[in-house]
Write a new protein. Structure first.
Length: 133
């Protein structure tokens, strides 16, 4: 029998740094779970080096938003721009699946526009914190 040498996430759930190096989703998800706790969250890569962290705080558990953004910067490296967007809900896909990481940097055209609408990212006018490098 063969053995698995390495365990990786699905390609559509992975992102790259500004130089194009693949970042394993497990590192990102570990950081977000540790710092955001019971909050619902989703990290969307709009383009290499540009991310939106959508989050919905839990009712009773505090979140460490600054620590989450610092952790993302440490994992992804510079240059990175992260926009934190507080949202009323993180919706599941029609299949029922909740995708905590979505990479839109490789999607173009009408499909990308529809995803941006579905993710409420056409207008980032909601409460945001922009931490540009």
């Amino acid at each position: 029998f063969e053995s698995i040498e390495e365990l990786r996430g699905k390609v559509t759930d992975t992102v790259c740094d500004a130089e194009g190096n693949r970042i394993e989703p497990f590192a990102i998800l570990g950081c977000l779970k540790e710092t955001l706790g019971l909050a619902q969250y989703r990290l969307v890569c709009l383009e290499r080096g540009l991310f939106v962290l959508q989050y919905r705080p839990g009712r009773s558990a505090p979140i460490q938003l600054e620590a989450a953004l610092k952790g993302l910067r440490d994992i992804v490296g510079d240059p990175i721009r992260v926009i934190a967007q507080k949202v009323p809900a993180i919706h599941r896909e029609t299949s029922g699946k909740l995708r905590p990481i979505i990479n839109l940097s490789t999607i173009e055209g009408k499909g990308r526009d529809q995803l941006l609408r579905d993710l409420n990212l056409l207008d980032l006018a909601n409460e945001t914190v922009d931490l540009a490098s």
